[in-house]
Write a protein that binds this ligand. Sequence first.
Ligand code: SF4
Length: 128
Amino acid sequence: MKLVLRGHHLLCLKGFQGYGYSEDFVKNMTEVNAKRKSENTTISLTDSPDDICKACPNLNNDLCENKKQNKRIVEMDREVLKKIDSTKEFNAPELFEKIDTIFNTKESVSKICFNCSWHDKCLFYQNL
Ligand code: SF4
């Protein structure tokens, strides 16, 4: 299996507890979250709409909501992609192990998660 994921969604997946923007979104995110835990999954990284965005009601002509919001989201992706070589394809569990070693304090995610509305539902953020 192959997944394409935006940089910041690596962190969202780690914190996912079944909440989301719509029923379809949650169903898709649940499936992606299961796939990313499989040894047989490879992941390519992007700063564009990905396998999570494709079921999101906020996706609007390939933008996250609008130009202003999309710019913020792309900046969040790039903060993650600064630390990980996005030209490579990764084994999924290995990539998430790498994420654990890079993003392991609130400070390490401050430029990515600071404005997120899911803090109180995000296990990843709460456990930092
Ligand atoms: S469209 Fe925006 S809100 Fe929806 S999953 Fe993608 S980045 Fe997140």
